[in-house]
Design a protein around this ligand. Structure first.
Ligand code: XCC
Ligand code: SF4
Length: 630
């Protein structure tokens, strides 16, 4: 095998070899079978919005079909396809949030779901102008939940959280008429606008995309993070480990994979149940080993220190180890391939969400009214499945790294505060962080986030960029599968400070943090958004003025497109390591990577060479510093 992935990840080679022997098919086999990706889709110039088509525009200008049957140009088609990616990404994050808010609405002092962070709830209640004096905390929670649910469908007004942005930024949105209204409305409205025979002006379609994306960043995703923290606790720094080496030879291994913490939190509780642990022992195992993957892995890592088995592209490899008793999934980023792959082993593959029933999977509906009971049932089945494990089919890689994870804004601000701040009045503010950046001890900050993508060597782009950043005194905050790449590579160990430049290293030493900070799952990109906004507000400037950048080096999902779009629209430049499907329109490409800056003060940069992309990020940060006169 000469595939890119094998050049980089040590765990992949032996497991892909093993898959062959086991008769198991992987993404790499399917990639070969696919031969090549569709050239029209790749450039965004295939339209199947109506069935007069599908129409494809010739990629060669002036030759072949230059318009669809309805007369849509390449610009229109590319812009519409892009808009629909934003809509889908926004839907995924926001629907995730909606489930959690329903969970908030059913919290009860004696229920499976309770309020863990009262302070955060009270702050949100205050923001929502909910009466809190002398009221029961659960009563407050339920009222807050009702208001939050209205953010999805309210007939009038804009997203409440946009008031959290710097005033300058709010004005930009108001002037462009892209203040996001109800979340569902933005999604519905953009689906309408991109229907056959509706909007065809690509620039206007992009403005609609920005508004929809904002309803994700400053709406759905932000609600997801807020409410998760309220129900399950705001993360604090925790020590853990990451990579496939976290699977245990002599324990019942259970993997939670997907996104919503409602399920995974209950699986965590069930896996700690003494009766089930005893049952595991009675069945010849030493205990129960729960591990996580993708964003649900991040959720339980940040709140419980649950170890991470791997990121997006390792989902098949985890099963191929032959050591998993059960894979429990809910929504998003779960390969449909897993059900069939599990059949090559004793692994149970259990889908739990009615939103994501999976072909060939066992379905056990996760009903939140009986949350812990169902989680306990599922874990029990996994325990009983241990006896079916074929020891001859087990290959667990040794690779794993230590990592500190769980940096909410509070943890970062609080940590810096204790060390740098002598002014008691300013405790709990972003002053120390702003000071470090203004003084140049830190040159800036980079959010490195997003997925894995077989188009590039796995984890390589993430890690190359992160290492370049910290070497140049740019602190890295990270989420999603990028964060898990960093954890696996040891960049979240305190000792990784040795890879940092002088300034960043000193900050790490004084605060006791690694140079790459794990801020959570993909909805938690809003933590980054708020941190940037807090620093901007503290300095009295707009986000776009700050020496901060965002990067999605290995992105693949529609969610990533929605995230990238709301960051740019929030004034933060976004650097993509995989080219988005827009190159079929030179005009739209120019809009994203150039002209949009005039409107929102930020734009996209694209470069598939991670070293060059990193250099562009550094250059941009230095350019912003120069403009700031610091
Ligand atoms: Fe999915 Fe969230 Fe991407 Fe990872 S980073 S592959 S979207 S799990 Ni969100
Ligand atoms: Fe073709 Fe226009 Fe229909 Fe798209 S909307 S498929 S370009 S006719």
């Amino acid at each position: 095998m000469s595939h890119e992935a094998l050049k980089f990840d040590k765990t992949a080679g032996p497991l892909i070899e093993k898959a062959k022997q086991d008769g198991a098919e992987t993404i790499w086999d399917r990639e070969i079978a696919m031969k090549s990706r569709c050239g029209f889709g790749e450039k965004g110039i295939c339209c199947k919005i109506c069935h007069m088509g599908p129409c494809r525009i010739s990629p060669v200008e002036g030759k072949g079909a230059q318009r669809g049957l309805c007369g849509a140009s390449a610009d229109t088609i590319v812009a519409r396809n892009y808009a629909r990616m934003v809509a889908a990404g926004t839907s995924a994050h926001s629907d995730h949030a909606r489930s959690l808010i329903h969970t908030l609405h059913m919290t009860a002092p004696d229920g499976d779901y309770q309020i863990k962070d009262e302070e955060k709830l009270l702050n949100l209640a205050k923001e929502y102008e909910v009466e809190t004096e002398g009221r029961d905390i659960y009563e407050i929670a339920h009222e807050v939940a009702e208001i939050a649910l209205m953010e999805f469908g309210k007939p009038f007004g804009t997203q409440r959280f946009i008031k959290r942005a710097p005033e300058q930024r709010q004005k930009i949105w108001a002037d462009l008429n892209i203040e996001p209204r109800a979340i569902d409305r933005e999604v519905v409205s953009i689906m309408h606008s991109t229907h056959i025979g509706c909007a065809s002006d690509s620039e206007s379609i992009f403005e609609l995309s920005m508004r929809t994306a904002l309803s994700n960043g400053w709406g759905g995703s932000m609600l997801g993070t807020e409410v998760s923290d309220i129900i399950f606790g705001t993360p604090t720094a925790k020590e853990s480990e990451a990579n496939l080496g976290c699977l245990e030879e002599n324990m019942v291994n259970i993997l939670v994979h997907g996104h919503e913490p409602g399920l995974s939190e209950m699986i965590v509780l069930a896996s700690q149940n003494p009766e089930l642990i005893q049952l595991a022992k009675d069945n010849g195992a030493e205990g129960i080993n729960l591990v996580g993957m993708c964003c649900t892995g991040n959720e339980v890592l940040m709140r419980h220190g649950v170890r991470v088995a791997g990121n997006f592209y390792q989902q098949e490899l985890a099963i191929i180890t032959g050591a998993l008793e059960s894979v429990i999934v809910d929504v998003q980023c779960i390969f449909p391939a897993l059900a069939r792959l599990s059949e090559c082993y004793h692994t149970q593959f259990i889908a739990t969400s009615p939103k994501a029933k999976m072909e060939g999977a066992r379905f056990i509906e996760f009903d939140e009214e009986r949350a812990l009971e169902i989680a306990t049932e599922i874990v029990k089945e996994a325990v009983l499945n241990y006896k079916n494990r074929d020891k001859n089919k087990v290959l667990i890689p040794e690779d794993k790294s230590k990592a500190i994870a769980g940096f909410s804004i509070n943890t970062i601000v609080g940590g810096l505060d204790k060390v740098v701040n002598s002014n008691v009045d300013q405790l709990g503010t972003v002053k120390p962080l702003a000071d470090c950046i203004m003084a140049g001890v830190l040159r800036g900050a980079a959010g490195v986030v997003g997925c894995n993508n077989p188009r590039v060597a796995h984890d390589n782009s993430h890690l190359t960029i992160m290492k370049e950043m910290i070497k140049n005194d740019i602190i890295v905050v990270t989420t999603g599968c990028a964060a898990q790449a960093a954890a696996k590579a040891g960049l979240m160990e305190f000792e990784a400070k040795e890879l940092a430049g002088r300034g960043l290293k000193e900050v790490c030493e004084r605060v006791g943090i690694p140079p790459v900070l794990h801020m959570g799952s993909c909805v938690d990109n809003t933590r980054i958004l708020l941190l940037v906004s807090e620093v901007a507000k503290y300095l009295g400037v707009d986000n776009s003025v700050l020496p901060v950048v965002g990067a999605a080096p290995e992105w693949m999902s529609e969610k990533a497109i929605a995230i990238g779009t709301y960051f740019v629209t929030s004034g933060v430049d976004v650097f993509l390591g995989v080219t988005p499907p827009v190159t079929g329109s030179a005009n739209f490409t120019d809009l994203l990577t150039n002209r949009i800056e005039e409107k929102v003060g930020a734009k996209f940069f694209v470069n598939e060479d991670p070293i060059q992309l990193a250099q562009a990020m550094i250059d941009r940060i230095e350019e912003k510093r120069t403009r700031l006169g610091i």
